[in-house]
Design a protein around this ligand. Sequence first.
Ligand code: TRP
Length: 335
Amino acid sequence: MGEKKRILTGDRPTGRLHIGHYFGSLKKRVELQNSGLYEPYILIADVQALTDNFNNPEKVRKNVREVAIDYLSCGIDPEKSTIYIQSMIPEVAELTVFYSNLVTIARLQRNPTVKTEIAQKKDLFGESVTYGFLGYPVSQAADITAFEGEVVPVGEDQLPLIEQCREIVRKFNSIYGEVLVEPQAVLSSGKRIKGLDGNEKMGKSLGNAIYLSDSEEEITKKVMGAVTDPSRIRKDDKGNPEICMVSYYHNLFSTKEECKIVCEECRQGQRGCVACKKQLANNIINTLKPIREKRKYYEENPEIVDKILMDGTKKAQEVAKQTMKKVKKAMRLDY
Ligand code: TRP
């Protein structure tokens, strides 16, 4: 059993999860979990969520359980994966302080992920970013190394954070001795799912996402509003599926055969957008049905979710404690 590689991954609980998360990471996590080759630890990164939501603690609090429910509904199995709450692992905060000596401010400012995010968060930070936000890659390095995470399945946007973690590990080990495990990033998906409006990113603030928790009516309504070929005005105009979000989503949710027919009929002007959208909405509804049903069960039984979170966190605390012992010994802090 001991040979299983430890996976460390997680999400910021700033909102419920949507189909972009599902195709982008959840599906892959469930696959890795079920392969039997790994021991996954999945953190709900509430402290990290606060770095850009410090003024909205209630939002973070509420979404911890929502994200846990999304995980469970998608097939993360608490018998196989340990789901835990970041803020309940004090060692992560301690390690963050220790590691902060091993990384320069200039290096953090150059981190592409941090750079992009700071640019996106002008509303929150204005011209001057907080120490906590600039330093969140250090805290993420603590997340990973506290659990001796070997494999970190993440989206492409997270790769610079893993690289930063690896640098911190090497620096630590070169000074204090070979204690920390250097993680490996594994890309969890080849593609990022675009929003219903064609935006490269699906997200709550953009209002272009389908959530795993959306009702059948919400899904239908959202699909009906999806962006199609703008030059196609009448039903028998010839359409171009290449620039149509409905066609893009058919490729994710419909059979190959259906996709072929839909595209052909659109190109010939034989199929109206409304019919096409209805068919897509139905397919999305059916695909997400098992997730929605499981979600309903957990929503109605929040005490089960909370118990899973507390059991996972307890287990995680034990692991982090062991790592901290080694770290403190290496750093001559073992009083
Ligand atoms: N930064 C990740 C995100 O925004 C969440 C996260 C926090 C994470 N700690 C992590 C991911 C450790 C992988 C490993 O989605």
